[in-house]
Design a protein around this ligand. Structure first.
Ligand code: NAD
Length: 264
């Protein structure tokens, strides 16, 4: 018996087996859910299909979230295949390399538009389509990061996108709450993935976080998957509009020095 027995989830954002989305898929499958996945870009096909096949997933759809047509087509196929769903996961982000790192004041208009479109706006149409397939209520979640709230060097345009994403989560929670659909953000600490490799200096962030977090943690895809299971399950039924940190407690720190760093 899994705690997601009888539930169906659609997960957007699987690029490879290191993707946070894949950690969530594995946790959902372990807990008995039926899972469909979506990915972007033909180059990812050769990684995503074998993964899905190995896990026994037979709903695998390509969807570029900058296209309303592709979003509509993906949900039409999901409706045909599943009828209704209970869970939607948005684990998608993109920003042009030149707008990550460098000086914040140099963020370009085009980079801003693209990063906000893919990493934040896309949650709105995905949630709208998903909610139409949730007659019995459901759970929607999106992946954020602490840079939404506090300055994290080099995160630049993506930090603005995450701030927008977290506010979209709150507005969707209010909008979809009356039909029993919950909407939350998951905010993990740094995890080595394809997207993370695009953030200049990511290895330093990873090392520093592990040294400084109260739990001295290196966050894993499985850690995120387990919290996603809780939110997807009926145990999370009164939780909505929330940002849930999976960061070993990093976000509670006011001064990021350890006891060993003091010199006086
Ligand atoms: P990832 O590269 O595995 O996942 C990013 C996904 O976004 C990929 O599957 C990619 O195909 C997808 N994507 C990009 N442009 C798209 C488009 N136009 N249409 C559809 N999909 C598109 O990396 P990840 O680290 O697993 O990232 C997943 C989410 O987790 C992102 O929102 C990221 O910001 C967030 N996050 C990551 C970390 C971390 O340290 N890795 C920490 C906090 C939050």
């Amino acid at each position: 018996m899994g705690i997601l027995d009888g539930k169906t989830a659609l997960v957007f954002g699987v690029a490879n087996k290191r993707s946070i989305a894949w950690g969530i898929v594995e946790a959902f499958l372990r807990e008995g859910a039926t899972v469909g996945i979506s990915y972007a870009g033909e180059v990812l096909e050769k990684r995503v299909f074998p993964l899905a096949q190995e896990a026994g997933i037979d709903f695998v759809e390509q969807c570029d979230v900058t296209s309303d047509e592709q979003i509509a087509a993906t949900f039409a196929k999901a409706r045909e295949r599943f009828g209704t769903i209970d869970v939607l996961v948005h684990s998608i982000a993109y920003a042009p390399g030149e707008d990550l790192g460098g000086r914040f004041r140099d963020v370009s208009r085009e980079g801003f538009k693209l990063a906000l479109d893919i990493s934040a706006y896309s949650l709105i149409p995905l949630a709208r389509h998903a909610a139409e397939m949730m007659p019995n209520g459901g759970s929607i979640m999106a992946l954020s990061y602490y840079a939404a709230e506090k300055v994290v060097p080099r995160y630049n345009v993506m930090a603005i996108a995450k701030a927008a994403l977290e506010n979209i989560v709150r507005y969707l929670a209010a909008d979809l709450g009356p039909q029993g659909v919950r909407v939350n953000a998951l905010s993990p600490g740094p995890i080595k993935t394809l997207a993370a490799a695009g953030v200049p200096g990511f290895r330093t962030m990873l090392k520093y976080s592990e040294k400084i977090t109260p739990l001295r943690s290196q966050i894993t895809q499985e850690d995120v998957g387990n919290v996603a299971v809780f939110l997807a399950s009926d145990w999370g039924r009164q939780v909505t509009g929330e940002t849930i940190y999976i960061d070993g407690g990093y976000h509670v720190l006011g001064l990021t020095v350890t006891e060993e760093d003091f010199e006086d």
